[in-house]
Design a protein around this ligand. Structure first.
Ligand code: G16
Length: 544
């Protein structure tokens, strides 16, 4: 097999963000762009000679072409064996599962997650390490340094490897194994959850579910697990065929982009349970009949009930949440006497805590929940966890939630996103806020006084690494909280995220509309950060 050493020059925009390198498809299609980044991954992967690598993606536009390039580069860089999902498909949690099960040196996942796809949409490359989780910052920074210095990449001359059917192919000295993308993952789910109980729920005649795969990667997984194994009637999974452009939709499971599902769950003939996942299958949204469960509440409910689920019956070692996630899970942890960790946004920050056995469950407000079963957040896992709970409790989602709030209190919560802002004023706004942090405590806004303000910094308790500048936190005398940060996953301008929350202990006040309850705090956020003056925006683009 002929191997070419191709001369190249560095690109200056290949620093991975919150979750891998995400850019417009047009950026990735520039000559050498993908190759430079992939070579930088292989260069950093020191034990690549003879190693096994996992490869797959969410099926979005450019997935198929990129996989062939990566296979040829893997062969040229001494990888011995690559396991690829059939058709180039692997959800992010399934990739994590396969990396762990097959003791691979790592995996490359092609996805821009919930960002739109298609020729005008986004593409992305994520690198996961041997524990199955996203590469930590030390590794992503090393990859980035390589992209700044790269002068040459290695690629084998070889025709495309057929990926449509399971089987084994030789690419020079390297073996390419095309695997069923669902099998290993489904087997793991069956070990964690009571499939018999969920099967009985689906066949009780009184329970109906709708799962919206948003034409993204979870379709094949949901069809196989919910309909074929668990006996949910055909048609339970909608939009279940992955499409390169996600059918023109935005594969983000939230109240705005999964509108069709939300509408279906709020109709008079609504199903009992609704759920959706995102482009690459790691996010989840949970709905009951006329009821939306915030991701922060979902994490708290799962933590409070984990001991009822077979895979977690010994209890939880601890829990973790990203800093902007509401403190609902903290209350469960306190009641159960277990540790609760607050980490920066980004699943990679949970990796060390999970590996060290300090936490079992973790989650984020950004529709991500997961556990130590893999090292990624896991959309379908969260759905199965809820189904298992519903099968045991046999009560509506809204009742389960109300009972949870009665026991622990309710953290009213919302996130306001201002998308596609001009980057300069957005950064200037946060810099201004940063400079004023010292003067905020003691200041009065409406009926609240600021009690605390900082820019969140995190010291990893396992390896001692420090991550600074992770978001501005402002707390008030009534324990209400506002967090400001810029998204690390957008590809168009800057996105400001404003996270708002307030605790309500009294069950008599648990049935209110969060936007109303938080209206005063929302106004205060606009005032403190001078959002309109800096951005010209009078309202957020997305409210969840
Ligand atoms: C990624 C990360 C998450 C993060 C989310 C939002 O999710 O894995 O940890 O919470 O982005 O990040 P940001 O607020 O910086 O946009 P995904 O599903 O896009 O991989």
């Amino acid at each position: 097999m002929k191997i070419d050493n191709v001369t190249t020059t560095p690109f200056d925009d290949q620093r991975p963000g919150t979750s891998g390198l995400r850019k417009k498809v047009s950026v990735f299609r520039q000559p050498h762009y993908l190759e430079n980044f992939i070579q930088s991954i292989f260069t950093v992967l020191e034990d690549r000679e003879g190693a096994t690598l996992i490869l797959g993606g969410d099926g979005r536009y450019h997935n198929a072409a990129a996989i062939q390039v990566i296979l040829r580069m893997a062969a040229a860089n001494g990888i011995a064996r690559v396991l690829v999902g059939r058709g180039g498909i692997l959800s992010t949690p399934a990739a994590s599962c396969v990396i762990r099960k097959h003791r691979a040196a790592g995996g490359i996942i092609l996805s821009a997650s919930h960002n739109p796809g298609g020729p005008q949409g986004d593409f992305g490359v994520k690198f996961n390490i041997a524990n199955g989780g996203p590469a930590p910052e030390s590794v992503t920074e090393a990859i980035y340094r390589n992209t700044r210095e790269i002068r040459e990449y290695r690629i084998a001359a070889h025709p495309p490897v057929p990926l449509e059917h399971p089987g084994t192919h030789a690419l020079g000295a390297m073996t390419v194994e095309v695997i069923d993308p669902v099998a290993d993952y489904a087997e793991l789910m069956e070990r964690l959850f009571d499939f018999d109980a969920i099967h009985a729920l689906f066949n009780s005649g009184g329970f109906h579910m709708r799962f919206d795969a948003l034409h993204a990667v979870t379709g094949p997984y949901a069809h196989a697990i919910l309909e074929q194994r668990l006996g949910a009637p055909p048609g339970t999974v909608v939009h279940g065929t992955p499409l390169e452009d996600f059918g023109g939709g935005h594969p983000d499971p939230n109240l705005v982009y999964a509108r069709e599902l939300v509408d279906a769950l709020f109709r008079t003939d609504a199903p009992d349970f609704g759920a959706a996942s995102d482009g690459d299958g790691d996010r989840n949204m949970i709905l009951g009949r006329r009821c939306f469960v915030t991701p922060s509440d979902s994490l708290a409910v799962l933590a409070a009930n984990a001991h009822l689920i077979p895979g977690y019956r010994l209890g939880l070692r601890g829990v973790a949440r990203s800093m902007p996630t509401s403190r609902a899970v903290d209350r469960v942890a306190a009641a159960h006497g277990i540790d609760c960790y607050e980490t920066p946004t980004g699943w990679k920050f949970f990796g060390n805590l999970l590996d060290a056995g300090r936490v079992t469950l973790c989650g984020e407000e950004s529709f991500g929940t997961g556990s130590d079963h893999v090292r990624e957040k896991d959309g379908l896992w969260a759905v199965l966890f809820w189904l298992n709970l519903l099968a045991l409790k046999r009560e509506p989602v809204n009742k389960l939630l109300r009972n949870h709030w009665r026991a622990f209190g309710r953290d009213y919560y919302t996130r306001h996103d201002y998308e596609a802002l001009a980057p300069e004023p957005a950064h200037a706004m946060l810099e201004e806020l940063h400079k004023r942090l010292g003067e905020l405590p003691g200041r009065r806004y409406g009926k609240r006084t600021v009690s605390f303000a900082d820019d969140f910094a995190y010291t990893d308790p396992v390896d001692g690494s420090v991550s600074t500048g992770q978001g501005i936190r402002i707390r008030f005398d009534d324990d209400a909280r506002i967090v400001f940060r810029l998204s690390g996953t957008g590809t168009e301008g800057a996105t400001l995220r404003v996270y708002l929350e307030r605790f309500e202990p009294d069950p008599a006040h648990h049935g209110r509309d969060p936007q109303r309850v938080l209206a005063g705090l929302i106004a205060t956020a606009g005032e403190i950060a001078r959002i309109q003056a800096h951005t010209g925006r009078t309202a957020p683009t997305v409210i969840t």
